[in-house]
Design a protein around this ligand. Structure first.
Ligand SMILES: Nc1ncnc2c1ncn2[C@@H]1O[C@H](COP(=O)(O)OP(=O)(O)OP(=O)(O)O)[C@@H](O)[C@H]1O
Ligand SMILES: [Mg+2]
Length: 406
C-alpha cells in the first residue's frame, strides 16, 4: 500500500559502540514515537542505511575504528535528508564545531540530561516531518497541475475533432437521403427491363447500407467527444444548473469499459432537485466513484452490482449514492480515503488523488461526501449538494407574470 498521505514512521539511527548507552538512546527514541535502528559500528550502520531511510541519526563521535564524524560525512551524501545529532565528550567543543561544519543538525555533550536529548531530538524530528510535508505538497501540486493540463488538452482535442466531425456527419446525412432516391430513380428508369440498371440499383442499396454503418460510427465518435467535453476542463469553469441524472448517466457511460463484464448497473433515480454546479467537475466526481466501485469488485465469478441512487434529502438537498458489492474498505483505511495520494492500487494504476479531488469539488459546491463500508460486502459513497433555489427576484417576477397571464 502506498500511503504517503499518512505520516511516515520516522526511523532513527542510533550509532554507539556502548551497548548500555545504545539501549538507553533507543528507549528514548521509542518513547518519542519513532523507531530506533541500532548499530554498534559504522559498517553495520551503513548496511542498515541501505534498508532504511533515517529521519534522524544519533552518532557517537568516539568509537573504535571509524569515528562518528567520518560516518557523518558519508551519511550527509548517502542520506542528505537525515538530521544527525553528534554525541561527543564534554569539553570537546572542537569536535562539536567540526560536526556542525560537516552538516550535523545539532550536537550533544556527554554526560547529558535525558530532557536535553529529548528536546533536541524533538526539534530534529519536527524539522524532518516539516520537510516531508513540504515535499508531499510539492508533489501534489505537480500532479494537480499535470491533471489540469490534461483537462485543457482534452478540451482542445475535442474542439479540433468536432469541426471535421460536423461536416462528416452533415455530408453523410446528405448521402443518406440522396442514395435511396438515386436507387429509386434507377429502378424507375429500368422499369424492370434493364438487368444492368437493376443490378446497379442493388449495388447502390448496399452502398447506402454501408454508409449507414459509417454514420453510426461517426455518431458514436460524436457522443464520445461530447462526453469527454463534459469532463475536460474548459477555460470558463462556470457554474450552471445541473441535472444530476444527466451527469451520472454521462459518468456511467464513460466508465462502461471498466464496468462491462464486471457488474450490472442498477439505476434508482428518484425526484432530485437541480443543483448549481459545474457539470464537468461533477461528472469527474461520479466517474471516480463509479470506477472505484468497479475496481473494488473481485473477480470471483459471482454476480456483482453497482447501484447508483438519486433522491431528495430530508432538508431538500440533492443526494446521490454509488454502492458496490465489492471487497469493502478495512476500518484502518477509512481515515485516509480522502487524503491525497492514499491508494491501495499498484503503482501506475492509481494516483490516490481521486477521492481527494472528489471531496474538493463537492465542497467547492457547498456539498459533502461520506462513506460507509463493510469489509467483504461492499461500500457506499454518498454525496449531498444544496438544491438550487430560485432567487427571490426571479420568483416574484414569475409570480407576477403568472398573475397577469391568469
Ligand atoms: N468503492 C471502493 N471500494 C473499496 N475501496 C475503495 C473504494 N473506493 C476507494 N477505495 C479505496 O480508496 C483508495 C483511494 O481512492 P482514490 O479514488 O482516491 O484513489 P485510487 O482509486 O487509488 O487512484 P485514482 O483515483 O487516482 O486512480 C483506493 O485505492 C481504495 O483503496
Ligand atoms: Mg479512484
Amino acid at each position: 500500500m502506498r500511503t504517503p498521505a499518512s505520516p511516515a514512521p520516522a526511523h532513527v539511527l542510533v550509532l554507539d559502540d556502548e551497548p548500555s548507552l545504545r539501549t538507553l538512546l533507543g528507549f528514548i527514541v521509542q518513547r518519542m514515537g519513532a523507531i530506533p535502528i541500532e548499530a554498534p559500528d559504522a559498517a553495520t550502520a551503513r548496511q542498515l542505511a541501505a534498508k532504511h531511510t533515517f529521519a534522524c541519526a544519533l552518532l557517537d563521535k568516539n568509537m573504535p575504528g571509524e569515528s562518528g564524524l567520518a560516518f557523518l560525512k558519508w551519511l550527509r551524501v548517502a542520506q542528505p535528508g537525515c538530521n544527525a545529532i553528534v554525541v561527543t565528550a564534554y569539553g570537546n567543543m572542537d569536535a562539536a564545531v567540526e560536526a556542525l561544519r560537516l552538516g550535523a543538525f545539532d550536537f550533544l555533550l556527554k554526560p547529558f540530561e535525558v530532557d536535553t536529548l529529548e528536546h533536541r531530538l524533538k526539534l530534529a524530528l519536527e524539522q524532518w516531518h516539516m520537510r516531508q510535508e513540504r515535499e508531499r505538497m510539492q508533489a501534489m501540486l505537480v500532479q494537480a497541475d499535470r491533471l489540469a493540463s490534461l483537462g485543457v488538452l482534452a478540451a482542445g482535442v475535442v474542439h479540433e475533432v468536432n469541426t471535421p466531425l460536423a461536416y462528416i456527419l452533415s455530408n453523410l446525412d446528405w448521402l443518406d437521403e440522396e442514395l435511396p432516391s438515386l436507387g429509386k430513380a434507377l429502378e424507375k428508369q429500368s422499369g424492370g427491363e434493364s438487368r444492368e440498371l437493376t443490378a446497379l440499383a442493388g449495388r447502390l442499396k448496399a452502398v447506402a447500407s454501408t454508409l449507414r454503418d459509417i454514420r453510426e460510427g461517426a455518431e458514436r465518435v460524436r457522443h464520445i467527444a461530447r462526453d469527454v467535453k463534459a469532463f475536460a476542463r474548459d477555460s470558463d469553469d462556470e457554474s450552471v444548473l445541473v441535472d444530476l441524472r444527466e451527469v451520472l448517466d454521462a459518468a456511467l457511460k464513460m466508465a462502461l469499459v471498466h464496468i462491462r463484464y464486471r457488474a450490472r448497473v442498477v439505476r434508482d433515480y428518484r425526484e432530485v432537485p437541480m443543483v448549481q454546479a459545474n457539470e464537468a467537475r461533477l461528472a469527474q466526481v461520479f466517474l471516480n466513484l463509479v470506477v472505484n466501485a468497479a475496481q473494488a469488485l473481485p473477480e470471483d465469478g459471482k454476480e456483482h452490482e453497482i447501484r447508483v441512487r438519486l433522491w431528495t434529502g430530508p432538508t431538500g438537498e440533492a443526494c446521490a449514492e454509488v454502492t458496490d458489492t465489492g471487497m469493502g474498505i478495512p476500518p484502518e483505511h477509512m481515515p485516509h480515503l480522502f487524503q491525497p495520494f492514499f491508494t491501495t492500487k499498484p503503482s501506475g494504476e492509481g494516483t490516490g488523488l481521486g477521492l481527494f479531488i472528489c471531496k474538493s469539488i463537492v465542497e467547492s459546491f457547498e456539498g459533502s461526501i461520506s462513506v460507509e463500508s463493510q469489509p467483504g460486502k461492499g461500500s457506499t459513497f454518498r454525496l449531498s449538494l444544496p438544491p438550487h433555489v430560485r432567487d427571490a427576484s426571479t420568483t416574484s417576477a414569475l409570480a407576477q407574470l403568472t398573475a397577469v397571464a391568469s
